[in-house]
Design a protein around this ligand. Structure first.
Ligand code: FES
Length: 293
């Protein structure tokens, strides 16, 4: 919701999928690269045609244009795709979990939001509390109750979040190999690996959700869209992981008493893990510390 936080930008390139990029990381370029038409069942063709025309802003191409026996109307989006409304006596509306998601640019989203507001539509976000930073979304329903989710990603989704200065994590000698300790101040986890310490940022590289450590799985998990990372902060390469790369790190130094000091004001982005990223204090006790996992 929070439209007022959405900054101005001039990108008007439409996007054609919920969270999508091609497997090589590039964006689709053509209007029908991902889908050519969507068929929606309606109970009153006149009413629905008027709604999709006046509320969503689609162009009506005409009635009965397809080899479809039931009464139907064909409408077109400004990105080329067609919407086919087919009249049925009874339909199962896609309420609840099933919905159609439309990913817009921030400017398109702002315009859609203001238009719906002006038309007096009830604007809701059924999952507002689950949104990551920079994830804007509203839900609307057509006259038959088909749910549409209108979304965009603002620039905050990729912003580096502010730190909290130097955080003292206590004596290095108290951490065992395998330990992962969460720090609220500065939003990071301190991880003790065999080769040293990592201060792993909690901000998910997908859209700045906050990851949590799942001890039983030995992994970090982002509750916003389910990205998972191992204890080194590397994303799981399988299962449609949405992570945009490894979790970021903060530099570590050691105080005169052997305490681990994490500089949360500095952020290290990386593309892979290298053992040189793990930091060790220069003492013998560290090398012989007990191993838990
Ligand atoms: S913010 Fe989307 S998976 Fe973390």
């Amino acid at each position: 919701m929070h439209l007022q936080e959405l900054p101005d930008e001039s990108d008007e390139t439409p996007m054609f999928g919920g969270h999508g990029t091609r497997s090589d990381g590039s964006q689709p370029t053509g209007p029908v690269e991902w889908f050519s038409h969507l068929v929606v069942g309606v109970t009153n063709l006149d009413r629905s045609e008027a709604w999709y025309r006046d509320v969503i802003g689609l162009d009506v191409l005409g009635r009965g244009l397809l080899a479809e026996e039931r009464p139907h109307a064909v409408l077109q989006m400004n990105t080329g795709q067609l919407l086919v409304l087919v009249e049925n006596e009874k339909i199962a509306a896609s309420k609840g979990g099933v919905h159609h998601g439309l990913m817009l640019t921030p400017n398109q989203y702002r315009r859609a939001y203001e238009r719906l507001q002006k038309l007096g539509h009830k604007i809701e976000d059924s999952r507002e509390q689950f949104r990551a930073h920079g994830e804007y979304s509203i839900d609307i329903e057509d006259p038959d109750g088909h749910r549409y989710q209108i979304q965009c990603h603002g620039p905050e989704a990729e912003r580096i979040m502010p730190g909290a200065g130097i955080v003292d994590c206590g004596s290095a000698a108290k951490y065992h190999v395998g330990d992962v300790r969460a720090f609220k101040t500065g939003n990071f986890h301190l991880v003790r690996l065999k080769e040293g310490f990592l201060a792993v940022s909690k901000w998910c590289t997908h859209m700045n959700g906050v990851v949590i450590y799942q001890k039983v799985h030995w992994q970090f998990w982002c509750p916003f869209h389910g990205a998972t990372y191992d204890r080194r902060g590397l994303p799981d390469p399988f299962m449609g992981n949405r992570a945009g790369g490894p979790l970021r790190l903060h530099p570590i130094t050691f105080g005169p008493e052997g305490n681990v000091l994490v500089n949360t004001d500095e952020v290290i982005s990386r593309t892979e893990y290298d053992t040189a990223q793990a930091v060790q204090p220069l003492d013998v006790a560290f090398a012989s510390a007990p191993v838990l996992a």
